[in-house]
Ligand binder design. Sequence first.
Ligand SMILES: Cc1ncc(COP(=O)(O)O)c(C=O)c1O
Length: 363
Amino acid sequence: MTDTLTVPPTALEPLPGQAPPLIDLRSDTVTRPTPAMYERMRTAALGDDGLDGDPTARELEALAARTLGKEAGLYVPTATMGNLLAVLAQVRRQGQVVLESSAHMFLTERGGATLSGTAYVGLAGAAGAMDLTALASALRPSGALPTELVCMETTHVNAGGAVLPLAHMQAVHDLAHGAGARVHVDGARLFNAAVALGVAPAVVARHADTVSICLSKGLSAPAGAVLAGPAQTIARARRLRKMLGGTQRQIGLLAAAGLEAIETMPHQLAHDHATARRLGDALRTLRPGVVGITAPITNIVFVELPDAVPDSAAWARELAQHGVLIRPWGPRRIRLVTHRHIGAACIDTAAEGFRQAARALLG
Ligand SMILES: Cc1ncc(COP(=O)(O)O)c(C=O)c1O
């Protein structure tokens, strides 16, 4: 047995004799741990987190809580589990959870309602921000189920990485608290929001009782997320995590990478946002001009495909031929996400891939 971890090449570093690496724009989840993360993992103090605690996991929980301005934190395997625990810890069975209707928690994680016995209600929104009149109405007591939790998402993945305005977050918080409901923020990319707004993460998290952050997206840790909030709520979530099978043993091994992620990686996100702008600009100059390109605010670019052109699956297949990996986001939309393995040269290569794909698909 060896006591050292081998650091593999980054996604964009070809092994000797290999074909040129792919430009992987499918998600910021493809990011690999940094060399400093591997070193921190190798030397992390470990314990049994299900027995008497893992010191590195505890250190990460405390750091995340401090960074988000909350009393306590809980390390969880995924952001999905963090969001589910926020619901389980704060909403009674038959309670209602209100979300903007294109939120990740609503569109992708709603199956969790079958575990929590709660009802998820989606409200109309614009750029990821829920309609406040609809929220006020959902919060009014009626014969329906009581709304006990209101959830926001920032940055908002299905709104193309949109950042919720802080004034909107405050308005949602005030309406919810005025009606006796709590507020949870799905902050899987909260650090991107903080960087885009030029404020500390705690400022974005201020208008939430609980907040989940993901360490394995742009922050580049291999796995993990943290749920932060009031000490009592987090203690309850810790018991519920055990029930879900989310309590892990020498998990400081991964938490060590999470510590490195929070301490050193947020600065990277500004680069990712700049790279996304460069990508959007490059795609807008394509001829033939096939597509509507969103102006990226953070690290996500959407390409909207009109009905007259081949669908997103066809583009994904064609672009892969040119070494560019993208994610169909429904039949008429392509999602492109920048991250630390995508530099300026990759954008030029990706734009050239799009140019050739457009030629092949549009003639
Ligand atoms: C906004 C948002 N919330 C939550 C999640 C879930 O994250 P995980 O894959 O860690 O469960 C994602 C994943 O992409 C996301 O984009």
